[in-house]
Design a protein around this ligand. Structure first.
Ligand code: FAD
Ligand code: UDP
Length: 399
């Protein structure tokens, strides 16, 4: 009999499997319906020998020493600071918008942070309440920059007007008065030296953990006995869409390999103009790999397909609350991760959430919940993620 059946071998599932197996001596079965571990962070060598991220670029960054130290048990790191250019008006300009961006775009010569702040203030449209993604940008940098960098990209990515999306979405990419052109400002920024999948292999290598791929948990529910379940798939699917479908946004990835050493001048180039893809990533920048060829990926936003992005807007939060009430009253099942808690979480936030859940389940983790929730942040929004404690002391699943 397994102590835990964990559904999903992404960050949420793998962290919990590792903690429960290594710290609490629990017997864990982790299954995934895909043919690989690592969830959306999965990377692999393509047919040309280039390390690529199957589900789009995954760049690790965190402000949490606890999360970084925890993962460091399973990987060495390659220092990496991510930079992105946006293709606007025939130029490749830094995004997040900074002083260089406006100087180059408008032919200005703003020399100091004060001058740049004054410029933004002169074009900003003040809002009494910043509720939507349009508000978040227009209230800081005005309408022209909003239209050039955010409006179309956001509409394409989410299939919604920025007016219909929470402010927190566009606020992930806040404008700066300085010339810092890094995408993230977090304290820890690095890539797993040998890739994410290798890191996950180490996390799941404990003898108490058995991994089952190509397996939807519903195929084994009645076949394999276990005491409790940790579920990291879409929460609405778990409950057979009882209250209707929660909206998720998807992407199609088009991977290509080019017969040259370099394809573009930066790791990611965003296309906020009239294209049908939003960004192109060149993996060698992320991995540091040296190779005569180079592999890239285009991301095409889609309504249908694998659920990649919960869509942050009030009506969806309302629908999720109904599922959460149901999840909270489901004995013996813990809901963890980006899809199961319907949160637009980065990897470090999912790791922190999983560690918090481990604490709640066992009360045995060294980290306190407060420590994790106080220190983890995206480093972009400046606010902390909401880390809710899962229910404690759920009764075991009836045999
Ligand atoms: P997932 O990785 O989605 O894992 C859930 C797993 O559960 C999946 O493998 C799925 O197959 C499995 N599953 C679902 N239902 C079932 C079932 N019924 N039976 C069996 N298995 C099931 N974060 C960052 O920090 N930095 C980035 O640069 C970054 N870039 C991203 C780019 C893209 C395009 C996307 C989509 C996300 C990105 N993220 C990034 C977010 C990151 O992917 C997530 O935070 C993280 O992977 C979530 O982990 P998870 O375990 O919650 O979910
Ligand atoms: N965004 C945009 N233009 C850009 C970059 C981002 O409009 O050039 C908006 C868009 O709505 C996007 C959000 O900001 O979904 C968050 O961007 P981020 O790069 O964090 O998205 P992710 O990496 O999660 O896809």
């Amino acid at each position: 009999m397994f102590d835990y059946l964990i559904v999903g071998a992404g960050f949420a599932g793998a962290v919990l499997a590792e903690r429960l197996a290594s710290q609490a001596n629990k017997k864990v079965l982790i299954c995934d319906r895909r043919n690989h571990i690592a969830g959306n962070a999965y990377d692999h060598y393509d047919e040309h020998g280039l390390l690529v991220h199957k589900y789009g670029p995954h760049i690790f960054h965190t402000n949490s020493a606890e999360v970084f130290d925890y993962l460091s048990q399973f990987t060495e790191w390659r220092p990496y600071e991510h930079r992105v250019l946006a293709d606007v008006d025939g130029q490749l300009l830094p995004i997040p918008i900074n002083r260089t961006t406006v100087n180059k775009l408008y032919g200005l010569n703003l020399q100091t942070e004060e001058e740049c702040a004054a410029y933004f203030q002169s074009v900003a449209e003040p809002k009494e309440q910043v509720r939507t993604s349009e508000d978040a940008v227009v209230s800081k940098v005005g309408r022209d920059l909003y239209e050039k960098f955010f409006e179309h990209y956001t509409r394409r990515h989410w299939g919604l007007d920025p007016k219909e999306l929470d402010a927190s979405v566009a606020a992930r990419v806040p404008a700066r008065n300085n010339t810092d052109d890094r995408y993230f400002t977090d304290k820890f920024q690095a890539m797993p030296l040998h890739g994410y999948t290798r890191m996950f292999e180490k996390m799941l290598s404990h003898p108490n953990i058995k991994v089952m791929l190509n397996t939807d948990y519903r195929e084994i529910l009645d076949l394999i006995p276990f005491k409790e379940m940790i579920y990291t798939g879409p929460v609405d699917e778990y409950f057979n869409f009882r209250f209707g479908k929660l909206p998720y946004r998807s992407l199609t990835f088009k991977h290509e390999t080019h017969n040259k050493a370099q394809f573009q001048p930066q790791a990611v180039v965003n296309y906020p103009g009239p294209k049908d893809y939003n960004r192109i990533t060149e993996f060698k920048y992320l991995t540091g790999q040296e190779h005569p060829k180079t592999s890239i990926v285009y991301e095409y936003p889609r309504a249908e397909g694998d659920p990649y992005y919960p869509v942050p807007r009030p009506e969806n939060a309302e629908l999720y609350r109904k599922y959460k009430t149901l999840a909270d009253s489901t004995p013996g099942v813990y809901f963890v991760g980006r899809l199961a808690t319907y949160r637009y979480y980065n990897m470090d936030q999912v790791v922190a959430q999983a560690m918090t859940t481990y604490t709640a389940i066992t009360g045995a983790c060294k980290l306190s919940v407060a420590t994790v929730s106080e220190t983890v942040g995206t480093g972009k929004v400046g606010s902390l993620p909401v880390l809710e404690l899962p229910k404690v002391g759920v009764p075991a699943v009836a045999a």
